[in-house]
Design a protein around this ligand. Structure first.
Ligand SMILES: CC(C)(COP(=O)(O)OP(=O)(O)OC[C@H]1O[C@@H](n2cnc3c(N)ncnc32)[C@H](O)[C@@H]1OP(=O)(O)O)[C@@H](O)C(=O)NCCC(=O)NCCS
Length: 327
């Protein structure tokens, strides 16, 4: 049996912090509203000129250094993102150039906030099939670039950041990804989308004036889907591996909203002491959310070798996904 083991993990967030208090100077909101509805206290915002590939490459460099692999060992680069540097070429190809990963194939995966787990799943399949041994998986987004800072119902939620994991084929023992699970449900563009800039609505004066190059979201509808689907996909992974919730050492859910995290944990009968939360520091960083949280959980000692870790996420599409990893 071949397992995809996480040989290195890293993350990177921009330096600039945007606090709830600062947001009150931009839109009609309050720290009390944002904190009580979302748990978010601050988020990171990329300075002008910083790109998704910069963040992805910075996170990937850390993961690669820890893995002990050389740049030429990487055979595939996957970047989960919905804020690529440009529509094409892919951000994965730009990261390849920035890090000199000359032997790798590279492509992006668009799955909203599920982008990192979708990418992890694709990478795991390539490793299990024997096609590749060493794959760089990245989740990175600069949501501030597509956030409407005149829309108080969305701009308080999002932030910038990314993380990366180096996966390597392991036949020595059973450490690595135990399973991945993915679902999609099209037809929900109205709940979460960015309408303009593609073939449906190319950039025009009208699209810019109509603020169509920004995220549009129906928050309370999405909230209901999130709680149910995240609970279902976590349960699917637990059942698939013949585990019980108490066998999971740490649950690292998508960091979108602490109320979604708490409601999901409650439905799974999962104590919050075994749930990792850092949404208060970064807000929702989309594909960056899970790898940033995994990196912080590992580096702070919340994840130890051989721990069973559950991750799950939901995003635009809709897409939702989960994985169980023996670290
Ligand atoms: C967005 C979200 C925090 C809103 O919380 P909610 O409890 O559903 O709140 P509602 O949408 O019902 O809005 C309640 C009121 O607050 C107001 N409001 C919205 N944003 C506000 C803000 N930043 N500050 C103050 N008031 C705000 C609304 O206008 C509404 O006012 P009204 O009742 O007078 O019309 C919540 O729905 C959510 O987190 N949804 C999921 C979003 C998400 O995770 N997206 C990414 C998924 S990958």
């Amino acid at each position: 049996m071949i397992y995809s083991k996480i040989a290195g993990i890293g993350s990177f967030v921009p330096e600039k912090v945007l606090t709830n208090e600062e947001l009150c100077n931009i839109v009609d909101t309050s720290d009390e509203w944002i904190t009580s509805r979302t748990g978010i206290k601050e988020r990171r915002i990329a300075e002008k000129g910083l790109t998704t590939s910069d963040i992805a490459a910075a996170a990937a460099k850390k993961a690669l250094d820890i893995s002990g692999l050389k740049p030429e060992d990487i055979e595939l680069i996957l970047v989960g993102t919905i804020t690529p540097d440009m529509i094409f070429p892919s951000t994965a190809c730009i990261v390849q150039d920035k890090l000199g990963l000359k032997n790798a194939a590279a492509f992006d995966i668009s799955a909203g906030c599920s982008g990192f787990i979708y990418s992890l799943s694709v990478a795991d399949s390539f490793i299990k099939s024997g096609k590749y041994k060493n794959i760089l998986v990245i989740g990175a987004d600069l949501l501030s670039r597509i956030t409407d800072y005149e829309d108080r119902s969305t701009c308080v939620l999002f932030g910038d950041g990314g993380g990366a994991a180096v996966l390597t084929a392991n036949i020595q023992n059973n450490r690595g990804i135990l399973s991945t699970h993915m679902h999609s449900k099209g037809g929900h563009d109205d709940i979460l989308m960015l309408k303009a800039g593609g073939s449906l609505m190319p950039a025009s004066l009208e699209s810019v004036n109509g603020r169509e190059h920004y995220i549009k979201m129906k928050g309370s509808e999405l909230f209901r889907y999130a709680v149910n689907y995240l609970k279902d996909i976590a349960q699917e992974a637990i059942d698939f591996n013949g585990l019980k919730p108490e066998d999971i050492d740490l649950f690292v859910p998508h960091q979108a909203n602490v109320r979604i995290i708490e409601a999901t944990a409650k439905k799974l009968k999962f104590p919050m002491e075994r749930v990792f939360v850092n949404v208060e520091k970064y807000g929702n960083t989309s594909s960056g959310s899970i790898p940033i949280a995994l990196d912080e959980a590992y580096k702070s000692g919340r994840i130890k070798e051989n721990d069973i870790v559950l991750i799950d996420a939901i995003g635009a599409g809709l897409t939702w996904a989960s994985s169980i990893i023996r670290w």
